[in-house]
Ligand binder design. Structure first.
Ligand code: HEC
Length: 143
């Protein structure tokens, strides 16, 4: 008979494994080439108008000319801080948008979760190995 103790122990192990997997599955993984190709096409369709070719972002607007609160689209390549986020966080931003600016809308309804993940793969393909290794919460202590 399986005792309560053993059930509890197994559950704890399973939860620990899940948490662990989540921590690592999201960061530092090299994107697979099929997702990168699919993601690139989606990026060109939905994101490139603002985040620009190769994710270089919009040119900054001189403060004197800028409307208060207007945010330019930051680079998504490794020169900005997109890589400080995990894959899940990036997907979440794509699907749910950013509260701080209407310019980055929620793409949910237009873009599926799978497509968002493909776009994240494409964005990651713009990063060097060194940056991929330091993706996510690790970025503070990495480098
Ligand atoms: C109409 C312009 C526009 C479009 C189109 C757009 N974005 Fe953005 N995006 C922005 C702006 C503006 C910000 C916020 C900049 C800031 O906070 O300084 C932003 C922020 C982001 C961030 C947060 C990055 C970070 O480092 O925190 C991600 C990720 C992102 N966009 C991805 C995408 C993706 C992927 C698409 C296509 C599905 C997309 N954006 C389409 C304007 C746009």
């Amino acid at each position: 008979m399986i005792g309560l103790k053993s059930i509890l122990r197994n559950t704890t192990v399973a939860v620990a494994l899940l948490v662990n997997q989540n921590l690592w599955a999201e960061t530092g993984q090299r994107p697979d080439s099929q997702s990168v190709v699919a993601g690139k096409a989606l990026y060109e369709q939905y994101c490139q108008s603002c985040h620009k070719e190769d994710g270089v972002g919009e040119n900054p607007i001189p403060p004197l000319l800028k409307m208060p609160g207007y945010l330019t689209a930051m680079p998504l390549n490794e020169t900005s801080h997109a890589w400080h986020h995990t894959d899940d966080q990036l997907e979440d931003t794509i699907l749910n948008g950013l509260k701080r600016t209407q310019r980055m809308p929620a793409w949910k309804g237009t873009i599926t979760k799978q497509q968002a993940s493909q776009i994240v793969s494409y964005i990651k393909s713009l990063w060097s190995d060194r940056i991929l290794d330091c993706q996510g919460p690790k970025h503070m202590s990495c480098m």
